[in-house]
Ligand binder design. Structure first.
Ligand code: ADP
Length: 257
């Protein structure tokens, strides 16, 4: 990206404190490219989720500027989707209804909703589970459904706060593969930018095109990564990148996730 071009996400001198007056972010600056997967990693409590909520327009900075696609993000920005750790599904609605809800709220035509929801269930590998309620699905299937519910609305920005942290290691890897594939299937014309917060060095390396390390002072340092997706986990380059990121993390953040 040219030094003077504005990325999908741009923030300058961004500062934020909660009502208790404790400063979480102070003078933060970044310019994050469109169409990429950005991984945000840092020690617990350094302000990763706070930054994500600012990007989502759920919090407002006290100082500095923040733009998403060239504009200050309003709360409920139509093209931003957010997936939190607890997946946020409606437990009383079936898988099909959870996927259809956002489209119904947008008053899409029933035939269009039917088509989009069926093809999303297919893409998620959840075909046949249309009528299942979230409580009847496995943790991995629930998180898959949450990703589907976000993507069915065709966002240009998908924000994920530690989406896979509650899953077992094998399920987590499968979901990482699916998320990478679903993102890249949609990326012609740089249509989707993704930001995910993670505690895992391996997850950051596997998923991300850029890794942003945040430290306890609320500062950020960014690294190019580039992941070629499924299959990368058994490549020598993957291990080298994990080691390099771990070293950068320890040197910059003072260690501790
Ligand atoms: P991270 O995601 O990196 O673990 P957070 O952004 O959740 O960090 O939190 C950053 C800091 O802000 C922590 O010290 C946390 O205790 C504090 N914090 C988070 N949410 C609130 C809140 N609603 N009110 C006051 N302090 C908060």
């Amino acid at each position: 990206m040219a030094a003077d071009s504005i990325g999908m996400i741009n923030f300058e001198d961004l500062s934020f404190s909660y009502d208790n007056g404790v400063s979480v972010l102070s003078g933060l600056t970044g310019n994050w490219e469109r169409g990429m997967i950005h991984g945000l990693i840092g020690p617990s409590g350094c302000g990763k989720s706070t930054l994500l909520y600012l990007l989502a327009g759920l919090l407002t900075p006290q100082a500095g500027t923040l733009s998403v696609d060239g504009e200050t993000p309003p709360p409920g920005r139509r093209k931003t989707a957010v997936i939190l750790q607890n997946h946020g599904l409606f437990p009383w609605k079936s898988a099909w209804e959870n996927l259809a809800l956002g489209l119904k709220i947008r008053k899409e035509k029933p035939a269009h909703i039917q088509k989009k929801v069926s093809s999303m269930l297919d893409e998620l590998g959840l075909k046949g589970l249309d009528d299942a309620f979230p409580g009847e699905l496995s943790g991995g299937e629930r998180q898959r459904l949450a990703i589907g519910r976000a993507l069915v609305l065709e966002p240009d920005l998908l924000l994920l706060d530690e989406p896979f942290s509650a899953l077992d290691a094998m399920t987590r890897e499968k979901l990482q593969d699916s998320l990478w594939e679903m993102k890249h299937r949609r990326s012609t014309g740089e249509s989707l930018t993704l930001v995910h917060v993670t505690h895992s060095i391996e997850e950051a390396v596997f998923l991300s095109d850029r890794v942003h390390i945040m430290n306890q002072k609320g500062e950020i340092r960014s690294f190019e990564n580039h992941s070629p997706g499924p299959g990368f986990r058994i490549a020598g380059e993957y291990f080298q990148k994990c080691v390099a990121l771990r070293q950068a993390f320890d040197a910059y953040s003072g260690g501790g996730r």
